[in-house]
Design a protein around this ligand. Sequence first.
Ligand code: AMP
Ligand code: MN
Ligand code: MN
Length: 332
Amino acid sequence: MKGNGENKLAEQFAEFGGVVAGHTSFVIMSHVRPDGDAIGSQVALGFALMAMGKTVYLINEDGVPESLAFMAGSEKVTTPPAEPLEVEVAIALDTANKPRLGEKSLHAASKAKFWVNIDHHISNPAYGDLNIIDGTSPATGQILYQLIRALDMPLPDETRDAVYVAVSTDTGSFQYGSTTAATYELGADLIRRGLDVGKINADTYDNHPFRRLELMRELLNTLEISPDGTIANWELRDAVRLKLDLQPDDSEGLIDMIRGVKGVRVAAFFEELEGGKIRVSMRSKDKGVNVCDVAAKFGGGGHALAAGIRMAGSLEDAKAAVLAALGESLAK
Ligand code: AMP
Ligand code: MN
Ligand code: MN
């Protein structure tokens, strides 16, 4: 499901309005290892629905990362309960495929009769009963803002701030090419509605634990660049994660440092995860190199310029295979 015409989106928003009007209980989820767009989207839609008097559960497989706990309303996002929730509707946000919601979340949502899937990943296979997928939107939070405005739903302060965090984090602070006039208009509207832009940016970007810098030092020690200077990568081993007592979100966004090097066209980050899998994170600076296509070769997905993979095997094997595929993609 690629870009979505404006009319189609308007129809889907209207259909969502019908789903909301016809039901009273909802579980709202987002992807494992949640980022700002994931938790921000959950809080944004959750508080809008709660303000309409709906019963809403907000669950995430991995809970709220420390770096996003400042968000008002994030305390309502919990890890999934062991027993399935008594809900009519399940809503997946910012989640490229259903398994990325996590097994416990899927179990908790298993009694829902109707699934809504709202996302901006071009690789999303449309796994809902209602799918609102806009691959041209820079963040799921922006789709939700448009939805809330289109349906004239309530926009409480928690929703206002959460939309901002979602959009700001997924656009690299309103920088990436995916940022549009509508994105800046959204920012302006939220500020007019009382958003404290200085405070929320400081909470989001100037509030890192010291160990993130120690992690940066470790990553820099593993930095490699291809002979022609176009592909840069670094890696994070188990031993470093244990030594520094790292949290999964400590590395969020650090890949932008290697992406930002002159001459680099693609950046890759290889990480040994607890439980044995390898996480690969990729960024392209170049419309000619679609890292989502490269990720798809290994069962991953994402966006053309930012994509990820979770794969079995050793870090060495993952690195060799993915760097070879990136090299091929660059040669084209
Ligand atoms: P990350 O590098 O983890 O920040 O992810 C970059 C983008 O790719 C995000 O939009 C993710 O949601 C998406 N993504 C990451 N890993 C996967 C995966 N295993 N499958 C599908 N999409 C992914
Ligand atoms: Mn996300
Ligand atoms: Mn997103």
